[in-house]
Write a protein that binds this ligand. Sequence first.
Ligand SMILES: [Zn+2]
Length: 295
Amino acid sequence: MTSVPRGYLSEFQTPKTFAKRSFLGEHISMDSHQWIDAHCHLASKRFTHTLAAVIERSLRAGVTGWVQGGIEPSDWNRQKLLQIQYGKRFLTSFGLHPWWVASATAESLDSAMKVLETLLPHADAHGELGLDFGQEHDKNRLQQISAFRSQLGLAKQHRKPLILHIVRAHSEALEILKALAPFPKGGIVHSFTGSLEIAQEYCKLGLLISIGGSVTHKGYFALKKAIPFLSLPQLVVETDSPDQLPNLIGVDPQSPNEPKYLLEIAKVLGELKGVTAEEVLNQSTDNLKKLFEIT
Ligand SMILES: [Zn+2]
């Protein structure tokens, strides 16, 4: 049994057909790569006027699939429209982001949860959900914890992979996750920057560790020490576009991040692991295909 929607498999399995059928109806010369960005926000308002060009640059860079991170109901609606436009390579994720939860009133949270219950069956994944106790968003901890628990319950009920956002709250999140495990559909811990010990705790729960642009910047020593000890089947690569621009020479640090930079993140990850960027991205894409049941 598989929940993969019709049309999905052929798009991923037949590169020649895919190459002829561009999203934009134009002739885009593609190489043989068909990598997936494990986490991005193409429904972000920052891409409203630029998305077609962003997608085209992504395709040219061999990044032909995009897993979204959800934030709140209006973002889910934009994702739904974009999936209609760009097809099933645009993987939707509906969830209440901890930043949104931290600022929401009890009433708006309640009504958003009701919308989520209705829409979640139509999403490819459930997220972002989690806890953020980082300086900027450390408020309403109890509301964050309660929304995290309720959303995990929904994810189990609807059998969706999880897209987790956990910042400065790993011990609290792991305690909740362990109490509610197992999560048979797995998931990813997006933009992970923690230590090896923490990464292994998530892996024991059947979750993948998603690495973003942080790895290209100075610092992040715990993460850089952990990566050589994590195996490629445990890792996926994300851009988190338009956020978290990697450290790139000649690129304005204020410019929005784009999925085309996935290879730049994989290069650094590959250096830390002693493998090529292509090996990193091929395995990351295989891991994501398995997670989303793209066979
Ligand atoms: Zn995100």
